[in-house]
Design a protein around this ligand. Structure first.
Ligand code: MIG
Length: 637
């Protein structure tokens, strides 16, 4: 790209803490700040009526973020309703798109508030919690051009192994080897494609990272091998917190070397997560990072080649101190008449335990020689956990799958992310569409949501519609929580329909993989708003629920219950492919304009752009057996 640095202006405020987000060496600008106004504690921009504000990666609501107040603050937020200001990731990039577009990136590891026309529809006000940050202002020819410049600045996104583009099945609740075998057998016996089965916390011995519960998973190595022979990768979860237990190597070594986060008094902070009391590794300390990253090898040596990192915001159920306090206080209510005030105060006591924000002010990091209180660097914690593993994996001669729950920009170079604990709600399918595009802007190309929804029970039609969209998300994983309706596709009356949809994914994998890698290499968005390719089309700018996937395909997912189809806007002439089954494909050409398209529950519909082509392979039941050649070339010239 020409004039790369001319289009990016960098300004330093206070003493910014290094975040690892930016890889380009950009000199601070000596020009006065234009476009926005910076005051003592905030950054201000007056928005005109027609300006759209894209960005913020992982956050609720639509593609256009105007009209709400967001807060970058990595949070274990299990209910993604539209009143939530923070989710698991902190992605401080905004793209104001109007007559003159510009991008803005606030690089700081602590909280940042983005009031995007919430308090006043015309005003964009950005407030970092601490006035130590680097401000980048990015200009370019149009919105998409600005994204590309930003992406170049933050470095190439992570590319997972090829097999990670297959379909994966997961559930919090698979407890034993038999449970896993049942899942694999049911997929293989019914001819449902499958490449991965995920292991949630129950595979561990007492929820200790890098250990195996030998009773539930006897002869684990042998089992991994058996699964590999059947083309199944087992993907274990790793949690941020490490159990406090003498004799557990991670605990012993971490204590001995001083690699866990400590309180002001120099003692390790004790927090409660799955195993009860845990310590948190100090991922900001490069030695601790290297140590923890190398622990993954324990499982890799057994044949494991993929991981998902969880609870790394970090999620904290309680601290020892808060627990003591609550127990003491609760005692006082025992003899009281609990009236309206005391009852709620009593109830709030218990609710003060999980993820209390004050915990983040109670421990410290040793960030390569400098000590920082956690809240100052909070948004880096999960990102640096990904980095810990990623840096070790990069040195290995094997491709490892890695994705995380919490993230900050920069972590996109080491791994992907999943979109966290969503629900089996139609609104969350819609959010999945928006979030995937917003995450692509900030470099997280390898991403996907829990298909079918993590919380609540899924209906069969939601499952089908969700799969129809998810065949286009690079990470394609069906995951759900304990207690909900089982949601493996073979659990549903109309399994054939769901299976056919997954088969279409496999037929498209050669396309999806190529386009994904191309997008990474060229700093492009694998999935993006249609307005990005048609910056002068006013109608395209209004469309939030369609996307371009790679170079050749447009998608228009159905995300409403009982809908028999939907309106689709074509910014140009396109050819529809309606894939009803492996044998039956209907083709039809649409000219520029808006049309209602019938899309039945058992149909996958894609649109091929003018002068572009795709190949549909014959598919397969796993990536190893996939026909990569592709014998059908659908073109539209
Ligand atoms: O708070 O490991 O987002 O995917 O199944 C629950 C159990 C902890 C949260 C993850 C979810 C996972 C679950 N974990």
């Amino acid at each position: 790209m020409d004039n790369f640095n001319k289009n990016i202006k960098k300004y330093i405020f206070g003493e910014p803490i290094f975040t690892d987000a930016v890889v380009q060496n950009i000199k601070p600008s000596s020009d006065d700040i234009d476009i926005v106004t910076v005051s003592d504690d905030s950054i201000f921009y007056k928005m005109s009526d027609d300006e759209i504000v894209y960005g913020l990666g992982q956050s609720v609501r639509g593609l256009n973020k105007r009209g709400f107040i967001y807060n970058s603050n990595c949070s274990d937020e299990p209910t993604h309703t539209e009143d939530k200001s923070s989710l698991y990731g902190a992605h401080n990039f905004l793209l104001v798109s109007g007559k003159k577009s510009f991008g803005i990136f606030i690089d700081t590891p602590s909280e940042v508030e983005f009031d995007i026309g919430f308090s006043n529809y015309e005003k964009l006000v950005i407030k970092p919690k601490y006035v130590d940050f680097v401000l980048y202002l990015i200009t370019g020819e149009n919105a998409y051009d600005i994204v590309k410049r930003f992406r170049k600045m933050i470095g190439k996104s992570y590319i997972p192994p090829k097999w990670a583009f297959g379909y994966g099945q997961s559930r919090w609740g698979y407890k034993t080897k038999e449970d896993i075998l049942e899942v694999v057998n049911n997929h293989r016996d019914n001819g449902i494609p499958l490449d991965m089965v995920y292991l949630d916390i129950d595979y561990m011995k007492d929820f200790k990272n890098f250990t195996i519960d030998e009773e539930a998973f006897p002869e684990f190595e042998q089992f991994i091998k058996e699964m590999k022979d059947r083309n199944i990768h087992l993907i274990p979860i790793i949690d941020a917190g490490c159990k406090v237990q003498k004799g557990y190597d991670v605990y012993d070594e971490g204590i001995e070397k001083g690699y866990f986060c400590k309180k002001a008094d120099g003692k390790e902070i004790v927090c409660g997560v799955w195993p009860g009391a845990v310590h948190f590794p100090d991922f900001l300390n490069s030695e601790a990072r290297d140590w923890f990253g190398n622990k993954y090898k324990k499982l890799i040596d057994k044949g494991i080649d993929g991981f998902w990192n969880d609870m790394n915001e970090p999620a904290i159920f309680y601290t020892d101190e808060q627990l003591d306090y609550v127990f003491d206080e609760i005692e006082k209510y025992k003899t009281q008449n609990l009236d309206i005030y005391s009852f709620f105060a009593f109830k709030d006591l218990i609710q003060s335990l999980p993820n209390n924000k004050k915990y983040y002010e109670q421990f410290y990091h040793n960030y390569d020689g400098k000590v920082y209180r956690h809240d100052k660097v909070h948004n880096l914690y999960g990102a640096f956990m990904t980095r810990a593993a990623g840096e070790v994996f990069e040195k290995m001669d094997k491709d490892i799958l890695l994705f995380s729950r919490a993230s900050y920009i920069g972590a996109h170079r080491y791994g992907g992310i999943w979109q966290g604990d969503n629900h089996s709600w139609w609104s969350h399918l819609k959010m999945n569409i928006h979030m995937t595009m917003s995450l692509n802007m900030v470099g997280f190309l390898f991403t996907g949501a829990d298909i079918g929804g993590f919380g609540s029970s899924v209906s069969e039609d939601l499952m089908a519609r969700w799969l129809q969209f998810a065949i286009f998300t690079p990470l394609m994983r069906n995951h759900s929580a304990l207690g909900n309706r089982p949601q493996e596709v073979y659990q549903f009356a109309n399994m054939e329909t769901l299976k056919n949809i997954i088969e279409v994914r496999y037929r498209l994998i050669p396309y999806i993989y190529d386009e994904f890698v191309k997008a990474v290499c060229n700093d492009e968005m694998y999935m993006r708003p249609i307005a990005f390719d048609y910056p002068d089309d006013d109608m395209a700018k209004k469309v939030e629920d369609q996307a371009f996937v790679g170079d050749s395909i447009m998608i228009a997912p159905v995300y409403e219950q009982n809908a028999k189809g939907r309106y689709v806007y074509f910014p140009d002439d396109m050819k529809m492919l309606k894939i009803i089954s492996n044998e039956q494909i209907i083709e039809k050409i649409y000219t520029k304009g808006q049309y209602y398209i019938d899309i039945a529950i058992d149909e996958v519909v894609i649109f091929i752009r003018k002068d572009k082509k795709i190949c549909l392979s014959d598919g397969g039941k796993c990536i190893n057996e996939l026909d990569w050649g592709g014998n059908l070339l659908y073109s539209f010239y």
